[in-house]
Write a protein that binds this ligand. Sequence first.
Ligand code: FES
Length: 117
Amino acid sequence: MRTTGTDAIGPAWQTVSAVGDVSEGRAVKVVAFGEDVLLWRAHDAIFAVSNRCTHQGAPLARGVVKPMGSLPSVTCFAHGSVFSLVDGRVLRGPAAKALTAYDARIEGDDIQVRPRS
Ligand code: FES
């Protein structure tokens, strides 16, 4: 992982993948800042949230992502919780706690994420 310097408005970005390694519409698990993170790409938009379901910890990259326009969501395969990929909030339980959401961007040929401040 490569971390670039902080910019004027937040913490450092970390390169987690090459753009070419994340196909559109396919959830991919990467590691950022020591945590498993789910990446999902739609055109030039990248979404990044924690890959661990807050209900019982199932890996969400194995779930189903529904695009829903600019508001994509992921459904946990284990018990059906649904989370927004935009901000990690719970859209349907049994999970009650939001996922950690990350800022994500495409920078050249890289995908970068950083914690939201
Ligand atoms: S582990 Fe995801 S809904 Fe239970």
